[in-house]
Design a protein around this ligand. Structure first.
Ligand SMILES: [Zn+2]
Length: 324
């Protein structure tokens, strides 16, 4: 591949992000099979998953390929290395990567610059073109330091435990579920919903040091939940769903959700969680802006969430930025 960005470059956002670059079609996180010369899959969240056509050159980390298989997506033969391409740890979930193309174009995928539990932070990369996710690209998204959130949640659990009240910690089964399993593992007893347990087991198989917990199903069957208090790690589920209704009715459990969206006061009420904390797997607004500054890009494309808002903020600061 040549060095000049001007050689040939175009970018579109149909079926993921499609880049034409030096006679090559590179497709980033497509939702369905594509005809790219190279297909990049940043991580194993369902919105980034598909089963590629046979013979497609797929770039993904080995953890992403493994987690995809656990979720019934066969990525086929994947590669972690390819001439001109570099996978960069994006810190979002186990195996998540950004893609640096020819030290020229950097696609972050979902990323975060703060380390959490066993996950490390995404490092900035000097590039000419930056394609950055902007899930929380609006200035009211500020996430306090992890230690502050941990202190508050541990104090809350301690309070509830002293009254014999069980606590349901909620987050996405893949990613947040394992971070919660790790961060709160000193409490006892802890049970895990099957969807979280499946992903915990996959993480353990990939070498992450997670405690083995009794499943919710087994705890119900053996009557363990009658002995209160306890913690259950479960997927995000609204109070109106039967699963949570039962936990509240039978065990008087309190629900605690973990999401960046919880900085919006309306979120907790809309989803009817008892408590919500902004423990996120994405950058907050300042982290996004600082990351962009460190990458020193000539051109910025924003994708997902508040992409227009972040791009217009960047333009005010003198960047050449547009939402994709
Ligand atoms: Zn994700």
């Amino acid at each position: 591949m040549g060095n000049s960005l001007n050689k040939r470059f175009s970018i579109t956002s149909k079926n993921g992000i499609s880049i034409e670059y030096n006679e090559m079609k590179i497709v980033l996180d497509p939702h369905k099979a594509s005809d790219g010369d190279v297909v990049f899959i940043s991580h194993a969240h369902i919105d980034h998953m598909h089963t590629p056509k046979r013979g497609t050159k797929v770039l993904a980390s080995k953890e992403t390929a493994f987690l995809a298989k656990e979720r019934s997506f066969d990525l086929g033969e994947t590669e972690q290395e390819l001439d001109g391409f570099q996978l960069i740890d994006s810190g979002h979930i186990l195996g998540s990567r950004g893609l640096l193309i020819n030290e020229d174009i950097f696609y972050t995928g979902d990323f975060i610059t703060r380390p959490r539990a066993f996950l490390s932070r995404c490092q900035s990369v000097k590039c000419k073109t930056l394609i950055i996710e902007s899930t929380y690209g609006k200035d009211y998204f500020y996430f306090p330091p992890l230690t502050k959130i941990l202190n508050e949640v541990n104090r809350l659990i301690s309070d509830l435990f002293s009254q014999g009240i069980p606590v349901v910690l909620m987050g996405y089964p893949l990613g947040k579920g394992q971070v919660l399993s790790y961060l709160f593992s000193s409490w006892d007893p802890i049970y895990v919903h099957e969807t979280v347990q499946k992903m915990n087991d996959a993480y353990i198989k990939m070498g992450v040091d997670l405690r083995k917990f009794v499943s919710y199903r087994e705890a119900i069957d053996k009557g363990l939940l009658r002995k209160k208090p306890w913690i259950l790690i479960a997927p995000m589920t609204s109070r109106r769903k039967d699963f949570v209704r039962l936990l509240k009715k039978r065990f008087n459990a309190v629900t605690v959700a973990f999401s960046g969206w919880s900085v919006l006061t309306s979120y907790k009420y809309a989803m009817s969680y008892d408590y919500a904390f902004p423990l996120s797997d994405h950058c907050d607004f300042d982290e996004l802006v600082n990351f962009i500054k460190d990458c020193e890009p000539e051109k910025v494309y924003t994708v997902h969430g508040f992409s227009s808002e972040l791009a217009s903020h960047l333009r005010e600061r003198g960047y050449d930025a547009i939402p994709l």
